[in-house]
Design a protein around this ligand. Structure first.
Ligand SMILES: [Zn+2]
Ligand SMILES: [Zn+2]
Length: 353
């Protein structure tokens, strides 16, 4: 084992501070990565504050972070895909059983025995739970390490590992292609990636937002149209017309207002996670044979496919790069949606701790 620098929260209210953690020495199939950038995902914040205690109670101390980009520093003797010096990435998963039907279908994110990048029991026994990317290093089985195309900006590439795959995967699943009409509800970390992908797929992109002042930015990011969702007349104009709508809202909202905008066989996929159940009107689904579904990140193969797609289309997240010392302030701003559109932590700042 070796010592690594990290930022951890000791309790739900303590905030994050510098700590030393243990990482395992690379086993034969492991890749050791020096972390260069780590994105701040909303789920980091939920887990730090133990807001998902009913589903996933947080084990403290917690080292969050699952949007990791770095450089390979060491490899185990059996590693074939990476060598020291390579730029590599790690997303939300670091292990799975590899044998269940989900793993066999390349959908490791639904494996009953998956290991999340942070907060899952640590199979290697290095620590009680896995520690994430707010750290100067991480050691991961090469099956869960990804490649970043060399043309991408690394700070902006980090959020692709969660926000990117979360929005890319359902668009592929539901056939977003050229000529389709696609809606993106909410223009935050997830929504702004959704707009970029839908645009790159060649779809006609409509952004729904509650704030009229986001209009210009939505157009800049690639939207063809922007609808202020509080304006009933504007909403009505789009009734029964969408092939696909990506809903990124985590707050309570009227889902039927969007289901009614779907055309025949249209699909609305939820990627946000409101804590209270949503009320779905049966008629909003029956009329037009519409469907309502959910999606959660993507498997490793699809995540690599997404990263390669981003390389080809030069897609990264719009990020505000911060030093790790500003992470608590960044969390406060995230709660207020005061970021365009993702924080990316420059991990070189951890060296001064
Ligand atoms: Zn995430
Ligand atoms: Zn499995």
């Amino acid at each position: 084992m070796f010592n690594a620098k990290a930022y951890a929260a000791a309790s739900a209210t303590s905030g994050l501070a510098h700590v030393q953690i243990k990482r395992r020495d690379p086993t034969p199939h492991d890749v050791q990565i020096e972390i260069l950038f780590c994105g701040i995902c909303h789920s980091d914040l939920h887990m730090v504050h133990n807001e998902w205690s009913s589903v996933m109670p947080t084990v403290y101390p917690i080292v969050p972070g699952h949007e990791i980009v770095g450089r390979v520093t060491k490899i185990g003797p059996a590693v074939t895909k990476y060598k020291p010096g390579d730029i590599a990435a790690v997303g939300c998963l670091v292990d799975s059983d590899g044998s269940c039907p989900q793993c066999k279908a390349d959908l490791e994110q639904f494996c009953p025995n998956l290991t999340l990048t942070f907060g899952s029991p640590d199979k290697h026994g290095t620590a009680p739970v896995t520690y994430g990317g707010y750290s100067d290093s991480i050691v991961v089985d090469e099956r869960f390490v990804l490649r970043i195309p060399s043309n991408l900006n690394l700070a902006g590439a980090a959020p692709l590992l969660c926000a990117g795959i979360t929005t890319y995967s359902p668009m592929c699943r539901w056939g977003v292609t050229k000529g389709k009409k696609v809606g993106v509800v909410g223009l935050g970390g997830l929504g702004h990636m959704g707009v970029k992908f839908a645009r790159a797929f060649g779809a006609h992109v409509v952004v729904f937002t509650t704030s009229p002042n986001k209009k210009q930015d939505a157009l800049r990011l690639g939207a063809d149209e922007v609808v202020v969702s509080r304006n009933a007349d504007e909403m009505k104009k789009h009734a029964f017309s969408f092939d696909f709508i990506l809903d990124t809202i985590s707050a309570e909202h009227d889902i039927n207002a969007y289901l009614n905008l779907l055309g025949r066989d249209g699909n609305l996929t939820l990627v946000g996670a409101p804590t209270k159940p949503l009320a779905v009107a049966a008629f909003a689904l029956i009329m037009g044979r519409r469907s309502f579904s959910g999606s959660n990140i993507g498997g490793i193969a699809e995540t690599q496919e997404m990263l390669d797609f981003c390389g080809k289309h030069n897609i990264t997240a719009d990020v505000e790069v911060i030093p790790i010392q500003k992470v608590n302030e960044a969390y406060e701003r995230l709660v207020k949606s005061d970021v365009k559109y993702r924080f990316s932590i420059d991990m070189a700042s951890l060296k001064s701790e």
